[in-house]
Design a protein around this ligand. Structure first.
Ligand SMILES: NC(=O)c1ccc[n+]([C@@H]2O[C@H](COP(=O)([O-])OP(=O)(O)OC[C@H]3O[C@@H](n4cnc5c(N)ncnc54)[C@H](O)[C@@H]3O)[C@@H](O)[C@H]2O)c1
Length: 414
């Protein structure tokens, strides 16, 4: 047990997801948010003041990652910067520690762990060199519905009638909020890299018996398809460029806005299992939609984040400003709208952060960590390979480490 009772957490990044995490901290015990660093000082100050207003920690803005890691009040770091800065962020954390400054217990990293397998392996190597505990921030595993549904299905249905064999997971919305997500080179791909990382991992998790290790089921082959269904249409490509800037040109360098994959697994008895995923940036509904299913011989589980218990109706005379106050990636402000009671709870952020804090306090390696992030990246890259080559790819292909998807090289033709 680590001697200190209250951990101090520092955030790298002050954008959308960092603020989501800060809001989730209302449900996190034994840790305070004490630091924020992002390149824009004003944004770091704003995020720090949000943490103070919510009373989730006496947070202050730092001038550099190095200064934050070295600060005596910081015990762990949450990496929430953009994908193309992952390695840079991690190199800075580790070089500070190696210079003898800072006493970190743990580091967590947002999804995806990296843009490709080579980078993900480097992330793993760096964390091993640092010798600190590590966590991979896949919030959907901690969603109360997923956690409770999985436990009940396995305890009742699977124990009496046999293990589940098919997991389906989908994540869809109408497109990301910042230009870098749309740029294959910066983000690492399109919607497959951005959102299928969630669906692959939650599907794998639902099919894994609670308490069993990750390798109790093993991926054997992957097939996938990608397409640009909406955003390469000339009028939508133009609209995208107007809202995101000249560097986002989907007539010249599109990324996929639709992706699906089928991943075959086997368990220890060689029983065939399947994870089926669908992700898109071309879904226009009320807002972000997460759905999962788990099917077994005599039972099934189903979840859909927009099947919320709360719905609001606004007549056509209610003409307010566009916002995201009802649901993440909201598309409308009128008519019948579902509202997710607490997104930070329902999507899993609160339980996720509580879990990683508890692990770090207990000096225990989290079950969801950088090695899981690496395997997710390997599966994502195999899915891109399959889509490019239009064939089923046995897992793991030999040339995975040097592989960079055509979308991430800016040469993909839909
Ligand atoms: N778990 C989820 O569901 C989920 C949802 C959204 C985003 N994410 C992930 O979180 C990360 C951040 O996404 P976001 O939506 O907050 O993006 P964002 O663009 O809103 O915010 C990115 C933040 O990083 C900062 N930044 C810029 N340069 C940086 C650098 N060199 N080093 C560190 N930070 C830098 C920016 O100032 C900004 O504060 C991404 O990796 C994304 O994939 C996860």
């Amino acid at each position: 047990m680590v001697a200190r009772r209250m951990l101090g957490v520092g955030f790298i990044g002050s954008g959308f997801i960092a603020r989501f995490h800060i809001r989730s901290w209302l449900g996190v015990r034994d840790a305070d948010i004490r630091g924020i660093w992002s390149p824009n000082r004003k944004h770091s100050e704003e995020a720090a003041s949000l943490a103070r207003e919510l009373r989730v920690g006496e947070a202050r803005a730092f001038d550099s990652i190095e200064e934050m890691v070295a600060a005596p009040e910081i015990d762990c770091i949450w990496i929430c910067g953009p994908n193309h800065m992952r390695l840079d962020n991690m190199e800075r954390i580790v070089s500070t520690l190696r210079s003898g400054k800072g006493r970190l217990i743990g580091v967590t990293c947002e999804k995806p762990l990296a843009r490709n397998v080579r980078e993900a392996k480097r992330m793993v190597k760096l964390i091993e060199q640092a010798g600190v505990l590590h966590g991979y921030l896949e919030d959907q595993l901690f969603s109360p519905g997923v956690e409770r549904g999985r436990n009940v299905v396995w305890a009742r249905g699977a124990s009496l009638t046999g293990r589940p064999y098919l997991a389906r997971a989908a994540e869809e919305h109408s497109g990301p909020h910042m230009p870098w997500f749309w740029q294959g080179e910066l983000q690492g791909g399109g919607v497959l890299n951005d959102m299928m990382c969630h669906s692959i991992e939650v599907g794998r998790y639902l099919l894994t018996q609670p308490g069993a290790p990750r390798n109790s089921i093993r991926p054997t082959k992957v097939s996938a398809q990608i397409a640009c269904l909406k955003w390469a249409r000339p009028d939508y490509a133009r609209r995208l460029q107007e809202s995101m800037g000249p560097e986002v040109d989907y007539l010249k360098a599109p990324s996929e806005d639709f992706a699906r994959s089928t991943i075959h697994y086997v368990d220890e008895q060689k029983t065939p299992l399947i994870v089926e995923t669908t992700t898109s940036w071309s879904y226009v509904g009320p807002g972000l939609r997460l759905s999962m299913e788990l099917l077994g011989p005599e039972y099934s589980l189903a979840m859909n984040s927009l099947d919320s218990g709360l719905k609001l109706f606004f007549s056509r005379r209610v003409q307010g400003e566009a916002g995201e106050d009802l649901v993440e990636k909201q598309n409308a402000e009128q008519g019948m709208m579902p509202v997710v009671g607490s997104e930070t709870v329902e999507y899993g952020y609160e339980a996720e952060n509580r879990y990683f804090v508890q692990c770090f306090l207990d000096g225990k390696q989290p079950a969801e960590n950088f090695y899981d992030g690496l395997e997710v990246t390997e599966l994502l890259m195999t899915a891109y390979m399959s889509a490019e080559q239009e064939r089923v790819i046995p897992f793991k292909p030999a040339d995975l480490e040097s592989y960079v998807p055509a979308v991430a090289r800016g040469v993909w033709k839909p």
